[in-house]
Design a protein around this ligand. Structure first.
Ligand code: DGL
Length: 289
């Protein structure tokens, strides 16, 4: 990939006219839950998954750090030939997406696109809640950003959103402890906290891509009759629709039905968990940013 210097002294990626795979990025394993749905919905496309497992979790980090880490990963995916990158991470979508879209893309390459996953989730909420009381389980970073309540209230001003941050849930997944007895304690604790704050909640958003990997345990503590919303299917449907509405980007995404996996951790660390979460054995490569 050619690089030149722009007037801010940072690397500028020179436009590659070549079509490439769709990049899917997460701080770790969580984005695999989104990728699985996207591949089911769009099997003909090529994908390149990047998990920043070496620096996960992002959810307890500052705005600036999440932004810098996310930008590094997006730049890497651009350099690897992706013209379209999905931030399959709520924390990155909440804290880095807007700045990357508004400040960095025009500087790096205005023809490429970076999309987040909060908006597609929010758009689906209006028709899922009857009580108009919605709960959000997410990382401290996503909760603090207020992205969900702000975005939901833009579209549905009548909905009340109550949030609970779950700082330990991502580490449970990343360390392979998602099925352990210890995980039950923390899952019960945060689900009960959320429901105690608002007894009218009838819909809970899993606002972190890692949380579907804890779904069996979350279900144990959520009373029947309350919807639990995982984002994968909404993000996948929205991306498919995006491609129809943006044929110019669709033409720049290759279609060979492949998927390559990259991690900033070692392959030995990444592969066992990734294979469990994907329900299949995959190959991966380690890369440095
Ligand atoms: N999967 C990320 C999300 O959706 C988890 C962030 C983290 O690394 O804490 O927010």
């Amino acid at each position: 990939m050619l690089k030149s210097q722009d007037n801010r002294g940072k690397d500028k990626i020179v436009l590659s006219p070549k079509p490439g795979p769709i990049g899917v990025f997460d701080s770790g394993y969580g984005g695999l839950t989104i990728l699985k749905h996207i591949r089911r919905e769009m099997p003909e496309y090529d994908f390149l998954y990047l998990g920043d497992n070496a620096r996960t979790p992002y959810g307890t980090r500052s705005f600036q750090v999440v932004y810098e880490f996310t930008l590094q990963c997006v730049t890497k995916l651009f350099e690897m030939g992706c013209n379209l990158v999905i931030l399959a991470c709520n924390t990155a979508s909440a804290k880095a997406l807007r700045t990357i879209q508004q400040i960095d893309l025009p500087r790096l390459d205005a023809t490429r696109r970076v999309l987040g996953i909060i908006r597609p989730t929010v758009e689906s909420i209006g028709e899922l809640t009857n009580t108009r009381h919605v709960g959000l389980l997410a990382t401290p970073g996503t909760v603090k950003s207020l992205s969900y309540p702000l975005e939901i209230n833009k579209l549905f001003p009548d909905i009340t959103v109550t949030s609970e941050s779950c700082p330990i849930w991502v580490p449970l997944v990343e360390t392979g402890e998602s099925q352990s007895e210890g995980a039950d304690y923390f899952i019960k604790h945060h689900v009960e906290n959320l429901l105690a704050k608002d007894s009218l909640i009838d819909t809970i958003i899993l606002g972190c891509t890692h949380y579907p990997l804890l779904l069996d345990k979350i279900r144990k503590y959520v009373p029947e009759g309350i919807n639990i919303i995982s984002q994968g299917e909404y993000v996948a449907a929205s991306l498919k629709d995006y491609m129809v509405r943006h044929p110019e980007m669709d033409m720049r995404c290759t279609k060979g039905a492949s998927c390559r996996y990259y991690t900033t951790e070692s392959v030995e660390t990444f592969l066992p968990n990734a294979s469990i979460f994907l329900n299949s054995v995959v190959d991966a490569e380690s890369l440095s940013l």
